[in-house]
Design a protein around this ligand. Structure first.
Ligand code: ADP
Length: 395
């Protein structure tokens, strides 16, 4: 059942369109993340749901009720922010029950809800402490507890883990996941951290310049990105793109000396100019994959090698170009591939390597619109390329 619905929501600030015609349908109990680069409109979208900002256009429904013009207090939502705004002069107990007292709940009900939330968050031993006696993680737990006790229809969280250190973030991420499994409350979570969004969400809404790019389960966004923006945004290290032209069913990218048979795998006619996308984990040293028929070979030059411990990240470019100082920007994004490989691979800058691209993981995009055209080319076995087997007559 739809629990939260945004229909054609737009928010303009004079000439800035912060949110552009946003449509989202969030199911009851679903955890969704709004993700995108800084300034893309994530917080503004959340603010329109909370009622802190009124949309210029569009409609917002919570639990079937039109709340577009309702003030925040009438929306049955609870919010957790990046800046943990606990009242410094109140104990944890007082902080957590403040909202309930404002709404004149019975004392027994307040105590019940407090205990339940404290149990779930494992903070029952800290109820009489002051906020400055708590660690950052504990303070954030109290802030979440303050939201839980309100038993809202929808949780709204704006980068709640952003101010925690890296280790605690990962820990709190797991806690939030567990909490969601326990409470099953519809949650809208804003983050710029794609790992956070990927791991916690049922679906992620990827936004760019106020426009929704894709709203789908994390793996669908990863495996079938709707466009080049999503493809480059989801995944780390990110997908690389190569511009090229198609001639008689073969894609050529001059700078990388890359030739890919694209004659099969698309239901529709491909344009003559294409952008090919491939993730670093789908580029392999040919030596590690002998005679693999489902691949596309290329000979490339190693530009930069980055040891990450568990793998090597290798920047590659075409063999007909000089090694340029290793600065990614100077090479241009579309003239490089990235490969992640065995950490013990003995690779040096300037060296030439034979690599293969996993054909089933090649994505093709329309270079003019960025729209994805093909996700995964069919394996190219000898039989598959034999004209007779394609049902064509041999000339
Ligand atoms: P995000 O949360 O994704 O970083 P925001 O929603 O905060 O992005 O901002 C989206 C755009 O709207 C940005 O260009 C920002 O500068 C603009 N914006 C946000 N709030 C205001 C405001 N109160 N007045 C004018 N412009 C704003």
């Amino acid at each position: 059942m739809t629990n939260l619905k945004l229909s054609d929501v737009t928010k303009r600030y004079s000439d800035v369109v912060a949110v552009d015609d946003m449509n989202l349908d969030v199911e009851e109990g679903e955890f969704i993340s709004l993700i995108g680069p800084s300034g893309c409109g994530k917080s503004t979208t959340l603010e329109t749901i909370s009622g802190l900002t009124k949309p210029t256009d569009g409609r917002i429904e919570i639990a079937g009720e039109d709340v577009t013009d309702a003030p925040p207090k009438d929306r049955n939502i609870a919010m957790v922010f990046q800046n943990i705004a606990l009242f410094p002069h109140m104990t944890v107990r007082e902080n957590m029950t403040f909202g309930l007292r404002l709404k004149h709940y019975e004392e027994a009900e307040i105590e019940d809800r407090l205990q339940q939330a404290a149990d779930i968050l494992q903070i029952d031993g800290m109820l009489d402490r002051m906020p400055d006696e708590l660690s950052g993680g504990q303070r954030q737990r109290v802030a979440i507890g303050r939201a839980i006790v309100m038993d809202p229809e929808v949780f709204l969280m704006d980068e709640p883990l952003a101010n925690l250190d890296a280790k605690l973030r990962v820990h709190m991420r797991t806690e939030l996941q567990r909490l969601q499994q326990t409470l099953d409350v519809t949650t809208v979570y804003v983050t710029h951290d794609q790992a956070e969004a990927m791991t916690m969400s049922d679906r992620i809404a990827i936004i760019n310049q106020g426009e929704l790019q894709q709203f789908a389960p994390p793996l669908e966004c990863y495996n079938e990105p709707a466009n080049r923006f999503v493809a480059g945004f989801i995944g780390s290290p990110s997908m690389r793109f190569v511009d090229g032209e198609v001639d008689e069913g073969t894609f050529h990218a001059a700078e990388l000396d890359l030739h890919v048979d694209v004659s099969q795998g698309s239901a529709t006619q491909l344009p003559t100019r294409l952008t090919l996308g491939i993730r670093p984990e789908d580029v392999h040293l040919a030596a590690n994959r002998p005679a693999d028929a489902g691949t596309t070979p290329a000979t490339l030059t190693v530009d930069v090698v980055q040891p990450m411990g568990d793998e090597l990240v290798v920047y590659l470019h075409g063999t007909d170009r000089d090694v340029l100082g290793g600065d990614e920007a100077s090479n241009g994004e579309t003239s490089q591939l990235l490969m992640t490989t065995d950490p013990n691979a003995n690779l040096e800058p300037g060296q030439t390597v034979d690599v293969v691209l996993d054909r089933e993981q090649i994505h093709l995009f329309d270079p003019s619109t960025g729209e994805a055209l093909v996700h995964g080319l069919p394996e190219q076995t000898d039989a598959a390329v034999a004209p007779g087997d394609r049902g064509e007559s041999t000339p």
